[in-house]
Design a protein around this ligand. Structure first.
Ligand SMILES: Nc1ncnc2c1ncn2[C@@H]1O[C@H](COP(=O)(O)OP(=O)(O)OP(=O)(O)O)[C@@H](O)[C@H]1O
Ligand SMILES: [Mg+2]
Length: 507
């Protein structure tokens, strides 16, 4: 809980980028030992405000007071660190090939009297830091061998090692499992009890109600006030975030049974002997999906959902299995062959999505359909018109469709990944975590876009860890466990409870 000591006070912060007034006089106050949540739609300015605290951007106007000092200048990342401010970035920032210890003490490794790195002291100190975040890994392992959740804790350990008094988490749980999330929350509670101030950004409102003391809402770069969490409720926050009441997701009734022909048929699919060091995993996968159908792949983390998507898309080698599209047997051994056969795949990790970050939104959106539009540098115009339509539909916050993708907020980049496949109109579209990082207002829009795509005859396969949300659009659910299909439920009889029971009982 808060102990009443003011730690941070930001007042009247403005930040302008060319064509965007990203922050319009924002106030934010955090106390020692407080978890202060910041919420808002994609592009509201949350990450920009945090980048100012981390010394990545300088504010155009406004003042910052920190630990009793008024008007502190956070000129760069180093001065943020000196002040005691650390950020756990939305996209990880550790250096993969180096060890945990080298990452935690980057640039500050203890040396012995001959000026060489003192490994023993380094490892001992690292162990102390790792203990504070309850992370049971050895200091000498390379960071790239750790899971995303473990890497995140290494970042927290790094923050603690420099004596951080304010730690910023920007969507830390987007890629974590439930167990990992609870572990992170325990670490946050621990930090809190040591008087560290926490700023916590998330699109998952239930998390805010679980761990935050206060919450500040941003909308279009302007503060919409700060509330004590106990005294507010999700409906009020959503209303402040999107500026209107939002109908919560409702199951769409689908009337007539689907009698369209089968679009995709998979029979007896098995993983090849070995793939990137992992054992064969997928076993005897058989299913079919009709045009116009939305099929949800459910299961716990590690059940094989993403593996199945990668296998169908030709990334993961198969030992056996027949794939038919519109009744014709197809040979898929690479993504190019998959696309040729009419498949599309939007992966869960934006970094693997093939976005060209330095190119414009329009160029990225038409990239998957170059044959129709010609090379982008010739036919930019056409691309712009089409992109404009998707921009409106998915409510992408940008100045115009010629803006480079790297200037978009995280959630808006995610929407571009999706828009690109929508334009291709594949026969079968597989989307992995399509709403990760997407705000509450736009989630429903993503689903209605998937529904629209289905109504034009596409077979849509959705992988999502947000069960309540995805069940609202499912026609059918396949439950996976340990690389096998262990159950099938019709959309209208699938409840969260039934799916989870099926996914766990078969373990
Ligand atoms: N370097 C930049 N150049 C130009 N515009 C930028 C830059 N960085 C951010 N913006 C713009 O500033 C606005 C706020 O972006 P920000 O990343 O802070 O949003 P966010 O609230 O973190 O959204 P999300 O929930 O999607 O992560 C957006 O309109 C974004 O396009
Ligand atoms: Mg952000």
């Amino acid at each position: 809980m808060r102990n009443g000591t003011s730690l941070l006070a930001m007042r009247g912060i403005h930040k302008r980028f060319p064509g965007v007034h990203a922050l319009k006089g924002v106030d934010l106050e955090v106390q020692a030992g407080e978890v202060h949540a910041v919420v808002g739609e994609n592009g509201a300015g949350k990450s920009t405000l945090m980048h100012i605290l981390a010394g990545v951007y300088r504010p155009d106007e406004g003042t910052i007071a920190f630990r009793g000092r008024s008007n502190v200048v956070i000129a760069d990342e180093h001065s943020a660190q000196q002040l005691g401010i650390a950020i756990v970035f939305q996209e990880r920032s550790l250096f993969g090939p180096l060890s945990v210890a080298e990452n935690v003490f980057a640039g500050r490794q203890p040396v012995n009297r001959w000026g060489k790195i003192d490994r023993r002291a380094l490892y001992d100190r690292t162990r102390v830091c790792l203990r504070r975040v309850a992370l049971a890994v050895e200091p000498e392992v390379s960071v790239e061998h750790l899971s995303p959740a473990q890497q995140q804790l290494v970042e927290v350990a790094k923050a603690l090692s420099v004596g951080a008094r304010l730690i910023i988490f920007d969507e830390p749980t987007a890629a974590l499992t439930e167990t990992e999330t609870s572990a992170l929350f325990r670490v946050i509670a621990q930090l809190q009890s040591q008087g560290v101030g926490i700023i916590y950004i998330s699109h998952r409102l239930e998390e805010i109600f679980q761990i935050a003391d206060r919450v500040t809402v941003l909308k279009d770069g302007a503060g919409q006030g700060t509330r004590i969490v106990r005294e507010t409720h999700p409906g009020e926050l959503i209303c402040r975030m999107v500026g209107r009441d939002l109908a919560l997701l409702q199951r769409q009734s689908r009337g007539e049974p689907n009698t369209n022909p089968v679009r995709l048929e998979v029979a007896g699919l098995n993983d090849a002997e070995e793939f990137r060091g992992s054992r064969p995993y997928l076993q005897e996968i058989s299913f079919q999906i009709r045009g116009g159908e939305i099929l949800v792949l459910a299961g716990l983390a590690g059940a094989g959902r993403t593996e199945l998507a990668l296998s169908l898309f030709g990334v993961r080698p198969r030992a056996s299995g027949e794939i038919r599209v519109d009744g014709r047997r197809v040979n898929i051994h690479s993504p190019a062959e998959a696309i040729e056969a009419g498949l599309g795949y939007a992966p869960e990790d934006r970094k693997d999505s093939g976005l060209f970050l330095d190119r414009s939104i329009a160029q990225n959106v038409v990239a998957a359909r170059l044959n129709d539009f010609g090379a982008w540098w010739f036919k930019d115009r056409q691309g712009e018109t089409v992109t404009e339509e998707f921009r409106r539909k998915l409510r992408v916050a940008c100045t115009n469709v010629n803006q480079p993708v790297q200037e978009l907020s995280g959630g808006n980049q995610q929407k571009i990944v999706l828009a690109r496949w929508l334009l291709v109109d594949p026969k079968v579209l597989i989307v992995d975590e399509p709403t990760r990082g997407i705000d509450v207002g736009a989630k429903a829009e993503v689903h209605s876009v998937l529904r629209e795509l289905a109504s034009r005859g596409t077979a849509v396969i959705v992988i999502s860890s947000d069960l309540p949300e995805v069940l609202a659009v499912a026609d059918r659910v396949l439950v996976l466990c340990d690389g096998r299909i262990v159950g099938e439920l019709k959309g209208d009889e699938a409840s969260e409870e039934k799916v989870m029971r099926c996914a766990t009982i078969s373990r």
